[in-house]
Design a protein. Sequence first.
Length: 324
Amino acid sequence: MLSTPQCARLTATFASAPPNVAASLAHFGLDSYYVTRLPAHSIGEAAVRALRAEGVRTDYIVRGGDRVGIYFAETGASQRASTVIYDRARSAVSEMAAGAVDWERVMAGASWFHVTGITPALSAPAAAASALAIDAARRAGARISVDLNYRRKLWTESQAQATMRPLVQDADLVIANEEDLQAVLGVQVRGVDVTSGSLDTAAYRDAAVGVARDFGVKAVAVTLRQSVSASDNGWSAVLWDAPASTFLESQRYNVRLVDRIGGGDSFAAGLIYALLAGRGAAAALAFAVAASALKQTIPGDFNRATVAEVDALAAGDSSGRVQR
């Protein structure tokens, strides 16, 4: 839900980090499911319809509870930062019993399971459900990715570390930024100042190698956002491929932001899609960064870019010329 104190208008949309990823993957042509708990009333039903409109499968959504969680976002511009206020107490998913979902049934035949750090932050039951889901995915042979997605307005660093450190153990892919690494895993990225306009990628290499080593993670992706202002960002990423002992750096985009919310989710979706499609690590990283750069030029949380559009940008077509 979007709001701003600078005007009296309030615009409501349906979105959150996990469904953002699911929607991107559906637009990339994958069979994408979103699992959550939503109320059976008309607002919950509207949320389900919004997911289906993006091509997301909703077969395993549990119905119950009274509230759909809300967040209020004010979009910044120039030197005025964007801000978010959460109103997620007593949301349906936060009160979902850990065993409410038949995770064995959900994961049967699944090739990938993705979870973000926002869900466990909502409540102890949501954290327990996340752990059960990861265990079921591992038994089913699905690859597992965890986007750390630290939100300091939802929980403290000590709470995040106690919950998330076990969840990332032996994951196939961990996605983070520098704040996530420090707050959620206690891993320091030395000498980094994202506001200075330059980033020392060697520091990210050391941090990513440490995460892979200490948690048994196969790949660690770190998004790099250089905040020139609330309107203009530099955007790139790095990837540590532990089995190949290879550190990869992506192309960098100068993005004039339309809506940065969902940028990290579209990066996660791009990486998942490309890896499932059998693209090599370098090509997958390039695809993910291009996908997320495109998303940040699209209003709303969902990335509706196609594979062809992402591939065109990744190949170097960044002119922005009208396509006729």
